[in-house]
Design a protein around this ligand. Structure first.
Ligand SMILES: Nc1ncnc2c1ncn2[C@@H]1O[C@H](COP(=O)(O)OP(=O)(O)O)[C@@H](O)[C@H]1O
Ligand SMILES: [Mg+2]
Length: 281
């Protein structure tokens, strides 16, 4: 039970806080992935990503991107900002959050379904063909002879295609799937980006297959990239493979401090600036 004196002291602290910080205009957005009113210190990453978008849409080779850093450093927020940049460039985008013990087929097919819809390809027949491949990829999670009602349906109305992305080998299937989605994007002169948060929770077999598939796709010059975000856990060989092949960006809290608060910056204040959000980067 909270004592009366503690409640009084908490009320007094809140009143004092409201006198210093306007609770409505307070720039701190508490909570994981909450978009801050101003994305501090990430201009370099955003500019570099715009270059990647432009290059990939012109079918120039680019590596996939991995944002890494400790929890709370701003990976999810930056990942979402990169997705917004891709949407502004009229790309097809989809996002998934990896969960421990969950395999890749369902969330990837759901994300690609969204991305294909966002692309707005004018040929309905071509779109349906690719949607059929996405469905086949998703449904291969169950055994090939599973009854229809036992197969997961990713909400795609067209029938699943047979003989494409449904071999059961995740690496082969991912290459076929991403090739077809990338081809659809190439037709309209734009790209597709898949954003994966909490990458450290991906299954090792899935991460290795995803890495191989991305490598293959970038070699064939198809406009499709994967942008991941995850903790910098030391991991097995699969994780090392990802970090070797991707363009890795290490995020720190220091980069995300507003310029006015950096030591030596014009107008910098001593110590922790008053009114500067504490707890976030
Ligand atoms: N560049 C930034 N500028 C201001 N606030 C930020 C920035 N990046 C993250 N934040 C804030 O920090 C908190 C944690 O960000 P989040 O993206 O969830 O971190 P992570 O995904 O690395 O754990 C959120 O409240 C968010 O609003
Ligand atoms: Mg996060």
């Amino acid at each position: 039970m909270i004592s009366r004196s503690r409640r009084v002291s908490e009320k007094r602290d809140t009143a004092r806080y409201h006198a210093i910080v306007d609770p409505i205009r307070n720039p701190y957005a508490p909570g994981a992935g909450q978009r801050p009113p101003a994305l501090a210190g990430r201009d370099d990453q955003l500019q570099a990503f715009n270059v990647v978008l432009e290059r990939v849409s012109r079918c120039k080779p680019e590596r996939s991107i991995v944002l890494t850093g400790l929890r709370g450093v701003g990976k999810t927020v930056l990942l979402n900002a990169l997705r917004s940049a891709a949407v502004r460039a009229h790309w097809g985008t989809g996002k998934l959050e990896a969960r421990p013990g969950q395999r890749l087929r369902r969330p990837v097919s759901a994300a690609l379904h969204v991305a294909v819809r966002e692309l707005g390809h004018p040929q309905a027949q071509d779109v349906d063909q690719v949607l059929g491949v996405i469905k086949a990829f998703a449904q291969r999670e169950s055994a090939p002879n599973a009854r229809i009602r036992d197969r997961w349906n990713p909400g795609i109305d067209v029938p699943a295609v047979t003989g494409r992305a449904d071999s059961g080998d995740i690496e082969i299937d991912l290459v076929e799937l991403l090739t077809d989605v990338g081809g659809l994007a190439a037709d309209v002169g734009r790209g597709v980006a898949i954003f994966i948060d909490e990458m450290q929770d991906l299954d090792p077999e899935d991460i290795s297959a995803l890495c191989a598939a991305c490598h293959e796709i970038s070699q064939s010059g198809l406009p499709l990239i994967v942008v991941g975000a995850g903790l910098p856990h030391p991991g097995g060989s699969e994780r090392r493979q990802v970090l070797q092949r991707a363009a890795v960006q290490v995020l720190t809290h220091r980069q995300a401090r507003p310029t006015c608060c950096r030591p030596g910056a014009a107008g910098a204040r001593q110590g922790r600036g008053r009114g500067v959000p504490q707890g976030g980067p």
